[in-house]
Design a protein. Structure first.
Length: 166
């Protein structure tokens, strides 16, 4: 995975690329860990026509998901996909001119090839990527709730409820 492709000083990415800004956001997590993330200045890009968001499972969807499990003693797990956007391919063509935070690469033209927080369509692109992965392992979206995915295992079904918090 190469999130940022360095093209060096003086590279012209072409008129189909939009120049954006990025900044680093520092945070201290609830457990004391420190986190830094590179955030795109999405205000400089066009808002996509199709959608700018990832959808989330509804309360009704959670009920559909949980109702069969409780009386049948089925297990439920939850998980977090860390740095999910960095696994997401972009359609937008954007680049930056590296600043001082990039050290000896300051002034280099850098192409952003994977989704970053702050871009209008990153949430939607992440949802599309997750859907591709779920389909590839046999899941399909529920007809009752598009954010509940189902996989038939013969004697039982497995369910995945999708909720994005960023």
């Amino acid at each position: 995975m190469q999130v940022i492709i360095d093209k060096g000083v003086g590279f012209n990415p072409g008129s189909d690329f939009k120049k954006i800004r990025v900044h680093v956001v520092h945070a201290v997590k609830h457990d004391g860990r420190h986190k830094a993330r590179l955030v795109a200045g999405g205000d400089l890009t066009e808002t996509p026509i199709d959608s700018a968001c990832s959808s989330v499972v509804s309360l009704q969807g959670i009920r559909i998901f949980a109702f069969p499990g409780e009386p049948n003693g089925l297990k439920a797990w939850s998980t977090n996909i860390g740095n999910a956007y960095l696994e997401t391919h972009m359609r937008e063509k954007v680049h930056i001119i590296a600043g001082a935070e990039f050290g000896n690469r300051e002034g280099h033209v850098r192409i952003i090839s994977e989704a970053l927080c702050g871009l209008h369509s990153s949430g939607l692109r992440w949802l599309e990527r997750l859907a591709d992965v779920l389909r590839s392992v046999g899941f399909f979206p529920s007809k009752a709730e598009k954010d509940v995915w189902v996989r038939d295992k013969g004697d039982h079904c497995e369910h995945v409820a999708v909720h994005a918090d960023d």
